[in-house]
Design a binder for this molecule. Structure first.
Ligand code: C2E
Ligand code: CA
Ligand code: CA
Length: 427
């Protein structure tokens, strides 16, 4: 369609250029670029017009380079340019020329479209195979993507090391999930009017054999990126439900409507299997679906395409509780709140933090509470660290709180010991 070579042609050209490079001669340089937001463009203008964009992009790249440079399309919206025997300064200049050539909008009949471009540059080293060179150009392109649009990034060898560390962490995390290195800590959730224990939130930690206890903020993002999150989520689900079953079996520990809250990642919502996992975990434990509450962040729900919505609806039908987590950060879709299929909103701890520091903050919290109530929902307030904060929340009618003031997250055994001692908390 674009009349350009494909991946195989590019790899051949690199191999050839590498063979032609002798000691002291100029190395070849590979430029790799991808069109950002091309998928959205395709969705909005249709396939035929999107193909025209690709053809135009190919033509513009060709017109910005010399005839013996090799331009290829690697599939999708990715293009590559191989500049044989080219000094780095010249290759960089060509890269910028291409970026400039792609700047003007492309006419698709119904109007003009413009794509952002991520571009990576890697000069070949004598040891490079074609695949290695492509991989490192790709890493540079990734760096460009992370920095925002239309920037040319040159490969930085430090990223190789980082990538190595990252790979190692992914491998270790995979083992951790399969082995028994993950643990759940439990934090009490308290009814503010009475001090009664309502339930607990399960928070995952990684007991690393060398590095000790690793907090979720450090490994959840890696699990999400690497696709391990589904397995991690399944483990959390099973373990937390099983723990709840154990507590329920012993009436000396928890009352019959004590609930378990777990954190669910956006990726989990995108998997149809997740609903089955929840159903199975509940069935295996014999617990009522209402005993389990899933915490989802706003962004996870709002990102939702149809599949997510379907998953949410299926979870609803299953009867588990659904709660928005970290409300007030990110999108804060006030108007949207009413339409979301959730039961409760957990307000981000930043709002409670400022209680007691700034007198006007109580009015802000009261307003948020009113908003949540107006949407037919209830709020839960996290990050309660002091008696003053707890009292302030109570004074304006907040029903539920969670935070270090009531208790830090602790391992199951410790939580059990607390349950044996007390059923009520000082508010
Ligand atoms: P989150 O869901 O907002 O969890 C609350 C975090 O605030 C927890 O940190 C908790 O230890 C901490 N916290 C509780 N009370 C207080 C307080 O009074 N003051 C302060 N400053 N902090 C308090 P943690 O355990 O490090 O978890 C961090 C995040 O990791 C969680 O934020 C959640 O987004 C994620 N996470 C934790 N466990 C899981 C899990 O099993 N699955 C997934 N997908 N994410 C998880
Ligand atoms: Ca949470
Ligand atoms: Ca939260």
């Amino acid at each position: 369609m674009t009349g350009l070579g494909d991946l195989a042609a590019l790899l051949d050209a690199v191999t050839e250029a590498q063979a032609a490079t002798t000691e002291g001669s100029m190395p070849a340089t590979l430029l790799l670029l991808s069109l950002e937001g091309f998928k959205d463009i395709k969705n909005s203008v249709g396939h035929a017009a999107a193909d025209r964009v690709l053809v135009t992009v190919g033509d513009r790249i060709k017109s910005a380079v010399r005839t013996h440079d090799v331009v290829a399309r690697l599939g999708g919206d990715e293009f590559a340019v191989l500049l044989p025997a080219t000094p780095l300064s010249r290759a960089t200049a060509v890269g910028h020329q291409i970026l400039a050539a792609l700047e003007p909008t492309v006419d698709v009949g119904t109007g003009g479209v413009r794509c952002g471009v991520s571009m990576g540059l890697r000069a070949a080293e004598p040891h490079h195979s074609a695949e290695d060179l492509l991989l490192e150009a790709d890493m540079a392109m990734e760096a460009s993507r992370n920095e925002g649009r239309n920037k040319l990034k040159t490969f930085d060898p430090a990223t190789l090391h980082e990538r190595q560390l990252h790979r190692q962490m992914v491998a270790e995390l995979r083992e951790a999930i399969a082995g028994d290195q993950l643990v759940l800590y439990y934090q009490p959730i308290i009814e503010l009017a009475t001090g009664r224990l309502e339930g607990t939130e399960a928070l995952v930690r990684w007991k690393h054999p060398e590095h000790g206890l690793i907090m979720p903020d450090r490994f959840i993002p890696i699990a999400e990126e690497s696709g391990l999150i589904a397995e991690l989520g399944r483990w959390v689900l099973r373990e937390s439900v099983e723990q709840l079953r154990r507590w329920r079996q012993d009436p000396a520990t928890v009352h019959h409507d004590f609930t378990m809250q777990i954190n669910v990642s956006a990726a989990d919502l995108q998997s149809l299997a997740f609903v089955d996992d929840v159903r199975e975990a509940l069935a295996a434990s014999g617990l009522a679906p209402e005993s389990l509450i899933l915490e989802l962040t706003e962004s996870a729900i709002i990102q939702n395409d149809e599949l997510d919505r379907y998953t949410l609806m299926s979870l609803r039908r299953l009867g588990v509780g659904l709660e928005i987590d970290d409300f007030g950060t990110g999108y804060s879709s006030m108007g949207y709140l009413r339409k979301l299929p959730v039961d409760r909103v957990k307000v981000d701890r930043q709002f409670v933090r400022e209680l007691g520091e700034d007198p006007s903050q109580l009015a802000v919290v009261a307003a948020i509470l009113q908003l949540i109530r107006a949407c037919g929902l209830d709020g839960i307030w996290e990050g309660v660290e002091t008696a003053e904060q707890a009292a302030a929340l109570r004074s304006i009618g907040c029903t539920t709180g969670q935070g270090y003031y009531f208790g830090r997250p602790v391992p199951a055994q410790e939580f059990t010991a607390t349950l044996a001692r007390q059923r009520f908390w000082l508010v």
